[in-house]
Design a protein around this ligand. Structure first.
Ligand SMILES: [Ca+2]
Ligand SMILES: [Ca+2]
Length: 275
C-alpha cells in the first residue's frame, strides 16, 4: 500500500484543520493485448459524527494490460464541500501490467449537522496506455443526523421488510407452527431497515424498542433482537430484527415504529397474519 500526498497547498489546509488529507492506493493482482478501458465506480457512504473515515472507490480495467496503465484521479466538490465534508485531493494511479484494479480511498469528515445527503465526484483524466470509460465516480454522503427513519418501499408507505431467515416479503406469518425449526418459539422475525440509527458506544439492540400498531389502534410491543449495520453498505444502513407479537390475532396491516433515545421513527406498514 502506498500513500500519495496531495498538493502542498492542500497539505497546508489539512494541517490548519488538523487533518491529514491523503489518498491511499492499493493494488490488486490478476493479464491482455488491446488497450483497456478504465472506469471508476460510485459509492454511497455513511457520514458518521466525527473524525475521518476512509471509503474505497475502485478504479478498474476492462482487461489486464501488458503495460503499466496510469490515470489521474481528482476529487471534485458537488453539494459536498472540499475539506469540509470530504478530503479533497488528486493522485496518479499506476496499475502495473497484469493487474486489473486499484482502490482509491477518500476520507469522509463526520459531523453532527442535520443536512441533506451530499455528493462529490472522483474524475479520471490523463489516461496512459488506456482509454477512459466511466470516468466519473459519484460519492454520496448519507447524512445520519436527521430524524430516525425506517425505509419504505419505493413510492409507498409500506415498509422495506423481509423475513429474517428466508428474506421473503410480506405477508408475514406471525406463528409459523412447526416450520421453520430455526427457533423453538416458531415466531417469525422480520428485518426492517433504518437510517440515522446511531447507537452510543456500548449500546446494543436493547437500546431500541419497537411497536406494531394494529388497525384498531392497539399498540403491541415487538421484541428487538438485533440491531447492526447491513454488511457492505459503507455504514449508512442499519438492520433491525423484530420478533412478531402473537397477540395480534387477525390478518392485517400493522404500522411498525422503532424508538431510540426517546426519538420515534416514522411508521411503516407491514402485513402480518396469524397462522
Ligand atoms: Ca453525522
Ligand atoms: Ca451531518
Amino acid at each position: 500500500m502506498r500513500h500519495f500526498l496531495i498538493s502542498t497547498l492542500q497539505l497546508k489546509t489539512a494541517k490548519l484543520l488538523g487533518l491529514a488529507f491523503i489518498l491511499l492506493a492499493s493494488a490488486h493482482f490478476t493479464f491482455a493485448q488491446t488497450t483497456p478501458v478504465v472506469s471508476i465506480n460510485d459509492l454511497s457512504v455513511g457520514e458518521r459524527d466525527s473524525d475521518l473515515f476512509g471509503y474505497e472507490f475502485t478504479v478498474s480495467l476492462s482487461a489486464p494490460s501488458t503495460q503499466t496503465v496510469s490515470v489521474r484521479v481528482t476529487t471534485q466538490q458537488g453539494t459536498a464541500t472540499d475539506n469540509v465534508d470530504f478530503g479533497a485531493g488528486t493522485v496518479v494511479l499506476n496499475i502495473p501490467a497484469g493487474q486489473t484494479s486499484q482502490t482509491v480511498t477518500v476520507f469522509i469528515i463526520g459531523d453532527t449537522i442535520i443536512e441533506t445527503n451530499e455528493q462529490f465526484f472522483l474524475n479520471l483524466s490523463q489516461p496512459v496506455n488506456c482509454t477512459i470509460g466511466d470516468g466519473q465516480g459519484v460519492g454520496t454522503i448519507i447524512d445520519d443526523d436527521g430524524p430516525l427513519t425506517l425505509l419504505n418501499q419505493e413510492n409507498s408507505s409500506r415498509g422495506l421488510a423481509v423475513d429474517s431467515v428466508f428474506h421473503t416479503k410480506e405477508t408475514f406469518a406471525i406463528n409459523t407452527g412447526e416450520l421453520p425449526l430455526y427457533t423453538s418459539d416458531h415466531r417469525t422475525r422480520i428485518v426492517v431497515f433504518a437510517v440515522a440509527l446511531k447507537l452510543a458506544a456500548g449500546e446494543n439492540a436493547s437500546a431500541v424498542t419497537a411497536t406494531a400498531e394494529e388497525t384498531g389502534g392497539t399498540i403491541r410491543p415487538l421484541t428487538v433482537e438485533f440491531v447492526g449495520p447491513v454488511p457492505n453498505m459503507n455504514n449508512w444502513l442499519t438492520q433491525v430484527v423484530l420478533k412478531l407479537n402473537d397477540q395480534i390475532t387477525t390478518a392485517q396491516d400493522v404500522k411498525v415504529r422503532i424508538t431510540l433515545h426517546g426519538v420515534t421513527s416514522n411508521p411503516v406498514t407491514v402485513a402480518v397474519k396469524p397462522q
